[in-house]
Structure formats: structure tokens, C-alpha cells
Design a protein around this ligand. Structure first.
Ligand SMILES: [Zn+2]
Length: 189
């Protein structure tokens, strides 16, 4: 198996530049913050642009996400976006939860950088971690109000849109259908 060098920011969260791995949304996407697990190998850690490869190609995960966002006339380039873990963990998935938890202070500061009304997290792990940190029940596909970084915000955990997650696409479509009205009013409000 190919060994990929990890890159950790979780040991010095005070000095992490808040612009890094943080995309502000524009227009309709201004109030929506999408939160991934950790930077992908070939995504914005190399290209500087979330969901895009260094060759300027939209990654498969971004395409899947755009399928969902298109019902709000949005796409990933127009929404706020960040990762719960700022660390690049390569294939070492077992440390993901730990890096997410240690990077939480950075995430709180980033949440406060915009006027976000809704956070959509991608994947089971971010939902679990946020539940652990907040000491609250955070269920997949259930919209609920939480407090992050001292502000009240609606949280909607969806499944990871990666094509590697076989059931995610259909489940996410149903979640977006169920909450169409809510998401629209949060984005517009
Ligand atoms: Zn780390």
C-alpha cells in the first residue's frame, strides 16, 4: 500500500491561519456552511480550491454534492466550506476522530467568521464527533438546532457524498427532499 505522508495542524490550533481550508460562500450560498471530514489527498490542499483537483477538475464528491445543491440553485463553489479536521490524514482513518476533536477550536472560530444559518456535515464521523463535543444527540439526516462557537445554528448531518459510499446518494436525496423548505428558508433568511 502506498504510504502517504500525513500533515497535522491539530497540535498548534492557536496559530492556524483561519483562511486555510475555509471557503466563504457568496450570494445564496452565504448562509450555508458545508463541513467535510478532512482534506482529500488531491483536493484543495493541492489546488487551493475546495473540491477541485490541481488540474482544475471538479472531484467526484463535489459532483455528487452539486446534484443535491442544484435544487437551491447552488453549487459547491458558491457555499461556505471547511473541514472538521484540518489535518491531512492520508490512509490513516483511525485518527480522523481524534484530529477532528483537536481541531475543534479552529472550527469554532471559522463558524464565527460568516453569518451562517445552517451547517451541513458530510459523513458519519463528523456527526458523531459534533455529538460527542456538544454532549448532544446528533442523528444522521435530522435537522436540529445546536450551539457552536457561542452561536445558535441549525445542523444537518448528511451521508458522505463520495461515490465510495454506495447508499449515500439516495439517502442524501431523501434528506434534501424532506428538508427542502427548511433549507430554503435558512439560506434566504
Ligand atoms: Zn491531527
Amino acid at each position: 500500500m502506498k504510504i502517504i505522508k500525513e500533515e497535522h495542524f491539530c497540535l498548534d490550533t492557536d496559530n492556524f491561519p483561519l483562511d486555510k481550508y475555509f471557503q466563504t460562500g457568496g450570494g445564496l450560498g452565504e448562509r450555508l456552511l458545508i463541513v467535510g471530514e478532512s482534506p482529500a489527498e488531491n483536493g484543495w490542499r493541492k489546488s487551493g480550491k475546495a473540491f477541485y483537483s490541481p488540474e482544475g477538475k471538479l472531484l467526484a464528491t463535489g459532483k455528487r454534492l452539486n446534484e443535491l445543491l442544484s435544487m437551491y440553485d447552488l453549487d459547491v463553489s458558491k457555499c461556505g466550506f471547511t473541514e472538521l479536521s484540518k489535518c491531512f490524514i492520508g490512509n490513516n482513518r483511525k485518527i480522523l476522530g481524534d484530529c477532528c476533536k483537536k481541531c475543534w477550536p479552529i472550527f469554532e472560530k471559522q463558524v464565527n467568521r460568516g453569518d451562517f444559518h445552517i451547517i451541513i456535515t458530510l459523513g458519519v464521523i463528523p456527526a458523531q464527533i459534533i455529538g460527542d463535543i456538544l454532549g448532544d444527540v446528533v442523528e444522521m439526516g435530522v435537522l436540529k438546532k445546536v450551539e457552536i462557537g457561542g452561536r445558535q445554528i441549525m445542523l444537518l448531518p448528511i451521508y458522505h457524498p463520495s461515490p465510495a459510499s454506495p447508499f449515500g446518494r439516495e439517502k442524501n436525496r431523501k434528506i434534501f427532499e424532506k428538508y427542502t423548505k427548511d433549507i430554503k428558508s435558512l439560506i434566504l433568511g
